[in-house]
Design a binder for this molecule. Structure first.
Ligand SMILES: [Ca+2]
Ligand SMILES: [Ca+2]
Ligand SMILES: [Ca+2]
Length: 379
């Protein structure tokens, strides 16, 4: 009749496309009029959301809908993001349809969408459903995927989140996930030495940048020799996009190195060499080591000729057959019976000495004893 059509239209208007948003940590969902039969021709949506760091756990304590093939007539669907987690109808599971039973449905994100629809007929015998949801903490530490580690070293789960920490000697990087080391600032001034990636021969730290400077005296040149064990993350098609070792001599870049082949020997022709090492936030590679040595640029470092003459009452150290640029000569003068005076001179780049050898003569008359004796005699 006309009147009943009006009522039907009104009911349809009320329920069609109605959305209920729930954002508390737990709650209950019921079909309209529960436990009385649900209305016909309705389309009702529950949008459940909980804070980030939580998921939604949903279970049904009662379920009784009109059965139909593939739930064509009346149905409940559960979706998380775009994934369909459940399609339910009837009052018992069959080969083609299912009821929720005791199943616990978990959302993949912090939101879940439950959709209930009924068709135009046959509602009177069915009491509908009641479901319950609760927010559940995501244990990010134990649920991490193998592809990407949540934390580089240690992971700590808490309600609604997690945090990472690092082993002693490492710092948590700005990404709050990887553990890096500070390895810049060292200046190597000795004429030979060794450099290596942090933790070598173990895997080097992630998200790190090391800058090693070798600065020997002008007049020498540095020669680098990388050890045979070289393992720096590379890429088959691009030049060291992830991790790299970079050797810079003065203003010339001598190479960007990665992969598993050692760069071997590198002659720099410079007294100042910088070795940079960069690692990205992933991978387990073992790193590198190198020894450096220096040799004089031809014709070699300037020599200071003649050798310094040792004055009387003095001892010279070290005694060498020749002295070259930057070498030191130390004179120890005996200036009293128990007191000594030290004078150090340096061989300069032009072959001269920074000052002349000291004179240690004539001072042995001013011993403490003789001064004391003079004072006593005057009394
Ligand atoms: Ca129906
Ligand atoms: Ca958590
Ligand atoms: Ca890497």
């Amino acid at each position: 009749s006309y009147i009943s059509n009006i009522i039907l239209l009104t009911q349809t208007f009320i329920w069609l496309g109605h959305v209920i948003a729930l954002s508390s940590m737990y709650g209950t969902l019921e079909s309209p009029n529960f436990p009385e039969p649900y209305p016909r021709q309705l389309e009702l949506v529950w949008e459940l959301s909980v804070p980030q760091g939580f998921r939604i756990r949903l279970d049904f304590s009662h379920f009784h809908l009109e059965p139909s093939y593939l739930c064509e007539y009346d149905r409940v669907t559960v979706q998380s993001d775009s994934e369909l987690l459940g399609l339910f109808c009837g009052s018992e599971s069959t080969d083609t349809e299912s009821v929720p039973g005791n199943a616990i449905i978990k959302s993949s994100s912090n939101s879940l969408r439950v959709n209930f629809s009924s068709d135009f007929s046959d509602e009177d015998k069915y009491s509908g459903f009641r479901a319950h949801y609760t927010a559940e903490d995501i244990d990010e530490c134990s649920e991490q995927s193998d592809e990407e580690l949540v934390c580089d070293h240690f992971c700590h789960n808490f309600l609604g989140g997690f945090y990472c920490s690092c082993r002693h000697g490492y710092q948590l990087h700005h990404d709050n996930r990887t553990c890096s080391v500070h390895c810049s600032g060292a200046v190597y001034r000795e004429r030979s030495g060794a450099l290596r990636s942090p933790d070598f021969p173990g895997p080097y730290p992630k998200s790190s940048y090391c800058r090693f400077q070798i600065q020997v005296q002008p007049g020498f040149k540095v020669r680098l020799e990388f050890g045979p064990h070289f393992d720096v993350e590379d890429h088959p098609d691009a030049a060291c996009p992830y991790d790299y070792v970079k050797v810079v001599s003065g203003s010339a870049e001598l190479g960007l190195f990665c992969g598993s082949k050692s760069p071997g020997l590198i002659e720099t022709n410079s007294s100042s060499v910088t070795v940079e090492f960069h690692s990205d936030d992933s991978g387990e590679n073992l790193g590198w080591s190198l020894n450096y040595t220096t040799s004089g640029l031809s014709p070699g470092p300037t020599k200071c000729v003649p050798r310094p003459q040792t004055p009387p009452n003095a001892v010279l150290t070290p005694v060498q057959s020749e002295y070259s640029f930057t070498d030191h000569a130390l004179f120890t003068c005996q200036s009293g019976l128990r007191s000594f005076q030290h004078v150090q001179i340096t061989c300069l780049s032009d072959g001269s000495w920074s000052s002349s050898a000291p004179s240690c003569q004539g001072e042995d008359t001013h011993t403490e004893e003789s001064v004391l004796l003079e004072v006593m005699t005057n009394i």
